[in-house]
Design a protein around this ligand. Structure first.
Ligand code: XUL
Ligand code: CO
Length: 436
């Protein structure tokens, strides 16, 4: 069955002058930029949960979408139909990857064991579809936040039974991801945090969370899963405080518990803004630590203080993000996953195409502009010049740890006040605008 009848064939690149809403204006999959094709660099992925399982429901109202792949007679039939919709959608978009939570692709059963069985069943179907279409799994993950048992967390639960169930669920989700050749496995701690310190043993929760992740590392080794583990920071929502608050917090947690060699970060734009940071700040902190592994590409809304998960259309954000990604030589096994949903009032299935096409064009254009800025050294030369005093012997000695306060004191007392230099922010902002 054809679920997306509005798009007969594959969406193609028609160039910036095209007025065809169902064509790419900037994303030209085979175009080479900095030695790699756009497709190889951008590694776009469709998020299963929003694109097919999203209903349009919000906290004030029920679902608004009427999706043809939901019209099956049993949960497993609906799961199979949804899978077909996924592969048709990815093929028509020309996107090579998708991402899922275990409970997106397979329904909960009456018991935990039945849920595991459902997952095995759907994974076998997905494996077949992947082989037929060549569409791949960028990452899998476990949904440890919807089921009522996870109301107080999973790997940080006060209840050992819940912790054990979450561990078992992750084991099955990792098996599923490995079977489908997933290139990464993501940990987003949906409810790994607290709502009030009045009932929380903070140390116990952080310790148990570290054990949880360590067991995942051990299990990964055991089954020979070669994908990259990724932690996705988010400061809050649904909990008041989430332990994986932001890049810096996650990196320090991983160092404290000696897990740093086993994880990288999956940075989501809207989570950055919830943490009071810019998207590029979170990317830069992760990249600086050598830990930027993947991106959930979306955006929030400046007027709304929650995770609105909108499709990314802001060109500046894309340019700043792609400058960081290109400078570190790409995302490796990671990619750009559109963890984004169409608005509640965008009720046509074709809106899913418009949303993805716009986002893909935004990042493709962001890549082109970022690479041009990098190639021209338009900002790098300014930054190098700004820090040039550190190139001196004295600067080198400070950074090598061979200088002392006494030495600097003597130097300052003889040479006097340092030269005042402009940060030239406005000048640099104008330079960026000349590329946009
Ligand atoms: C929630 C979120 C998740 C993760 C995967 O805000 O971003 O969808 O990406 O669990
Ligand atoms: Co996300």
């Amino acid at each position: 069955m054809d679920y997306f009848t509005e798009v007969k064939d594959v969406v193609t690149y028609e160039g910036p002058d095209s007025k065809n809403p169902l064509a790419y204006k900037w994303f030209n999959k085979d175009q080479v930029v900095a030695g790699k094709t756009m497709g190889e660099t951008l590694r776009y992925a469709v998020a299963y949960w929003h694109t097919y399982k999203g209903s349009g429901a919000d906290m004030f109202g029920v679902g608004t979408y009427d999706r043809p792949w939901d019209k099956g007679s049993s949960p497993l039939e609906i799961a199979a139909m949804t899978l077909d919709a996924n592969f048709e959608f990815c093929q028509k978009l020309g996107v090579d990857y998708y991402c899922f939570h275990d409970r997106d692709i397979a329904p909960e059963g009456d018991t935990f064991a039945e849920s595991c069985k459902n997952l095995d069943h759907v994974v076998a179907l997905a494996e077949k579809k992947q082989n037929e279409t060549g569409i791949k799994l960028l990452w899998g993950t476990a949904c440890l936040f919807v089921h009522p048992r996870y109301a107080c967390g999973a790997g940080t639960s006060s209840n050992l039974g819940v912790f054990a169930t979450a561990s078992s669920q992750i084991k099955h989700a990792m098996d599923a991801t490995a079977q489908l050749g997933g290139e990464n496995y993501v940990f987003w701690g949906g409810r790994e945090g607290y709502d009030t310190l009045l009932n929380t043993n903070l140390k116990q929760e952080l310790d148990s969370f570290a054990s949880f992740l360590q067991m995942a590392v051990d299990y990964k080794k055991k089954i020979g899963f070669t994908g990259q583990f990724l932690i996705e920071p988010k400061p809050c929502e649904p909990t008041k405080h989430q332990y994986d608050h932001d890049s810096a917090t996650v990196i320090s947690f991983l160092r404290e518990y000696d897990l740093i060699d086993h994880f990288k970060l999956n940075i989501e734009a809207n989570h950055a803004t919830l943490a009071g940071h810019t998207f590029e700040h979170e990317l830069a902190i992760a990249s600086n630590a050598g830990l930027l592994g993947s991106v959930d590409a979306n955006r929030g809304d400046v007027m709304l203080g929650w995770d609105t998960d909108q499709f990314p259309t802001n060109l500046y954000d894309a340019v700043y993000a792609m400058m960081i990604i290109q400078k570190q030589g790409g995302l490796g096994s990671g990619g750009l996953n559109f963890d984004a949903k169409v608005r509640r009032a965008s009720t046509d299935t074709v809106d899913l195409f418009h949303a993805h096409i716009g986002a893909m064009d935004t990042f493709a254009r962001g890549l082109l502009i970022a690479q041009q800025i990098i190639d021209d050294g338009a900002l790098d030369a300014e930054i190098a010049d700004r820090y040039s005093s550190w190139d001196s012997e004295l600067g080198k000695s400070i950074l090598a740890g061979t200088c002392s306060f006494d030495e600097l004191d003597a130097q300052v007392l003889s040479s006097g006040e340092p030269e005042l230099r402009s940060g030239r922010q406005e000048y640099l902002e104008n330079i960026v605008n000349t590329y946009i």
